[in-house]
Design a protein around this ligand. Structure first.
Ligand SMILES: Cc1ncc(COP(=O)(O)O)c(C=O)c1O
Length: 459
């Protein structure tokens, strides 16, 4: 596969970037002596940088977003057609793409009913927290306002989203945080907090209930969890965990909010990660894969029961959900999302994610047999993690610099992989793979071969 225009000279663009762009999560000193890397073009599973070098992308755009792959003209056409008709109107009014997308999305989410649009995952989570808080005020005089979140989960970049994030380095230097957010233990059995457990899933869920009882169930209104913890180290929930979590929420009248910002729309082989575990959430948030990065759109989806809280008392002008997001009225988002959803369905990408995910997992387990530095292999569908350790017995985590060196070696080989980074004091040691849902066995062979080579060179 070729880049469409190899003749372009990007030196001025690189200079403009170096002089004026502030990159995310980046220390810029290095650009005084080297060029910032620029990704110029993408097609299918591949992207090209400004030098014309091609990469096989196992990260779906770096942060698990471009689920249907690059260069989808159908999505671009749908966005263009919508924008020339009507680009924007505030979401207090309805729109054609908004209504049609909401209806198509809800079809994929039995038990759910209403879609609130905004433009980022952090924002979608903030909406959920505001809903839980407003319900606490309306129903419980404000007392049941606390929201529980889990160690190692990430819920976004704003101060309140960080207040509900269990990653110490992500949070460092940004406090003080929003009050009323309480951490519960993670559910990574490989790093068990309770030694050898006969039923770790049950134990990890019970740990949540212990916190609820300590805080007082009448003070806890919500629990937010990722279905599979993503940036916290690709943590798949242990057996029995979710059934108990659901029962605990029911027992204590706590709203269950699932953050599907990463798993949402196909990444794990089902439309949503929670659909693997027979859970009935009250609120589901999503962003990245909703429109595969072709437009900025996020959704806070609720049951009709949650929605009902906000219309029960029409004479009270404080009873409605008093929230607005300007760009929730951008029609590019739902137009792109509707087409993205159609592509996933038409091209059988859920099935492909399942089949390819199993193939990838098998290959990674083989790789683990070969390289003792791979302590644990985890994953679901096309989202997999390799936790690197210096010693399999002590499970002493590999350093962030070692882990990043593997990522850099793969990049030099023309394969983009990810890793947990600057999230934890000790555990920035998991390689993350999240290729687009269109990937083939040949793509996965190439990705695993690059990691194999990199690990071989490093140890
Ligand atoms: C699970 C999860 N929730 C929320 C977010 C925040 O999304 P955004 O960066 O769109 O605000 C992320 C981002 O990586 C995420 O991984």
């Amino acid at each position: 596969m070729e880049m469409s225009d190899k003749s372009n000279d990007y030196s001025q663009v690189i200079e403009n970037d170096r002089n004026h762009v502030w990159h995310h999560l980046t220390q810029h000193k290095k650009y005084e002596s080297g060029d910032p890397m620029m990704i110029i073009e993408g097609k299918g599973m591949r992207v090209w940088d400004a030098t014309g070098k091609q990469y096989l992308d196992a990260t779906s755009g770096g942060v698990w977003t471009v689920n249907v792959g690059y260069g989808r003209t159908e999505i671009a056409d749908a966005i263009r057609d919508q924008l020339v008709k009507l680009n924007f109107f505030v979401n207090t009014m309805g729109s054609i793409p908004g209504a049609n997308f909401a209806s198509a999305l809800i079809e994929k989410m039995p038990g759910m009913s209403r879609v609130f649009l905004s433009s980022s995952g952090s924002e979608a989570n903030e909406k959920a927290y505001k809903m839980i808080r407003q319900i606490a005020h309306a129903k419980y005089g404000g007392k049941k306002h606390k929201i529980l979140f889990r160690d190692r989960d990430y819920h976004g970049t704003t101060i309140t989203a960080l207040s509900s994030t269990g990653q110490e380095q992500r949070k460092a230097q940004f406090g003080p945080f929003t009050p009323g957010f309480v951490q519960v233990p993670h559910c990574l059995e490989y790093r068990s907090q309770w030694g050898q457990c006969e039923d770790y899933g049950l134990r990890a869920a019970q740990a949540i209930e212990e916190i609820i009882l300590a805080e007082g169930p009448d003070t806890v209104g919500g629990l937010v969890l990722e279905p599979v913890t993503a940036g916290g180290g690709v943590i798949t929930p242990p057996k029995g965990y979710w059934a108990e979590v659901q029962a605990i929420c029911k027992r204590h009248d706590i709203l269950l909010h699932i953050d599907e910002v990463v798993c949402g729309l196909g990444r794990t082989g089902k439309w949503f990660g929670y659909q693997h575990y027979d859970i009935k959430p009250d609120i589901v948030t999503m962003a990245k894969g909703v429109a595969s990065g072709y437009a900025a759109i996020s959704c806070t989806v609720t049951t009709e029961e949650v929605f009902e809280h906000f219309k029960q008392t029409p004479d009270d002008n404080m009873s409605l959900f008093r929230d607005i997001s300007t760009f929730g009225g951008c029609n590019a988002g739902p137009a792109a999302a509707l087409e993205n959803l159609r592509i996933i369905e038409r091209d059988g990408l859920l099935a492909n994610a399942t089949v390819m995910g199993k193939y990838l997992m098998k290959k990674l387990i083989k790789l683990q047999e070969k390289h003792s530095i791979i302590g644990d292999v985890r994953g679901l569908g096309l989202f997999c993690g390799l936790e690197l350790v210096m010693d399999r017995d002590t499970k002493d985590p590999a350093s962030e610099s070692f882990t990043q060196a593997i990522v850099a070696d793969c990049m030099a080989q023309g394969v983009l992989i990810g890793a947990t980074s600057r999230s934890f004091d000790k555990f920035n040691n998991t390689l993350c793979l999240a290729p687009a849902l269109i990937c083939t066995k040949e793509d996965l062979d190439e990705i695993v071969a690059a990691i194999d080579t990199a690990l071989g060179r490093a140890s």
